[in-house]
Design a protein around this ligand. Structure first.
Ligand code: 13P
Length: 254
């Protein structure tokens, strides 16, 4: 019922020229990915080139890594939702833990961005996840609940259905230390339960929840076959077209 969504978050990697050769290689690798939606999330500077290539590849859509919530004005260095839509960007990653920790983004700010994205017909990929200290202290449910309630405040059910959640435990990002499939499933189930509390059970059952944090070709299949895991948000392993294609195939039907 929930179509798997596998996304390549390139972070601050890939020039526009490099992204073109990545897309060419990916197209060659990508066969048999039935039932999977693929999202390529390049840095802003590569959006125009990748947008053209994505439009020629069925089943692949475009995402951005961040945006500012105001429509325009004196916000040096920032990019608006309309600027992203100009290149047919469909998704925008919001509240990534790197934005929360390095750039001090709060749930309140993330919530403004989530609302501005919806107002511009961009679908947020909202990231939530606990640190290692929070997991060790046994507080990961409280952390996830606070992030979800804060970041999704004021959304209606329709907007929630057009939102993807990414569970990214901070301790698993770029560390090579993946959450076990059981740990990830447990957190995803909790997130779905929380969405049911905020919205309703029917809405929660339809929302796609991705796992992110050291997803690799050799661990993708087991993670992607957990009951509440509906996709992956891939960092490091998405920079190589062959390994990203393997992860996509791990989520494909059959
Ligand atoms: P890695 O796959 O490199 O751990 O990064 C995960 C991530 O942060 C995706 O948004």
């Amino acid at each position: 019922m929930r179509k798997k969504i596998i996304a390549a978050n390139w972070k601050m990697n890939m020039t526009a020229a490099e992204s073109v050769s990545f897309m060419e290689d990916l197209e060659l690798e990508l066969k048999n990915f039935d039932g999977v939606e693929i999202v390529i999330i390049p840095p802003f500077t590569a959006l125009p080139r990748v947008s053209e290539l994505v439009s020629e590849t069925p089943g692949v859509t475009l995402g951005a890594q961040n945006m500012w919530h105001e429509a325009s004005g004196a916000f040096t260095g920032e990019v608006s939702a309309a600027m992203l839509r100009e290149f047919f960007t469909r998704y925008v990653v919001l509240g990534h833990s790197e934005r929360r920790t390095i750039f001090n983004e709060t749930d309140e700010l993330v919530n403004k961005k989530v609302k501005a994205a919806h107002a511009a017909n961009l679908r947020p990929i909202l990231c939530v996840g606990e640190t290692l200290a929070e997991r060790d202290a046994g507080t990961h449910h409280a952390v996830l609940s606070k992030q979800l309630k804060g970041s999704l405040a004021g959304l209606d059910k329709e907007q929630m259905l057009d939102t993807v959640i990414a569970y990214e435990p901070v301790w698993a990002i770029g560390t090579g230390r993946t959450a076990t499939p059981a740990q990830a499933q447990e957190a995803h189930e909790f997130i779905r339960k929380t969405l049911a509390e905020i919205f309703d059970a029917g809405t929660a059952a339809k929302v796609r929840i991705q796992y992110g944090g050291s997803v690799k070709p050799d661990n993708a299949k087991e993670l992607l076959h957990q009951k509440d895991i509906d996709g992956a948000l891939v960092g490091g392993a998405s920079l190589d077209p062959r390994s990203f294609a393997k992860i996509v195939k791990a989520g494909a039907r059959g």
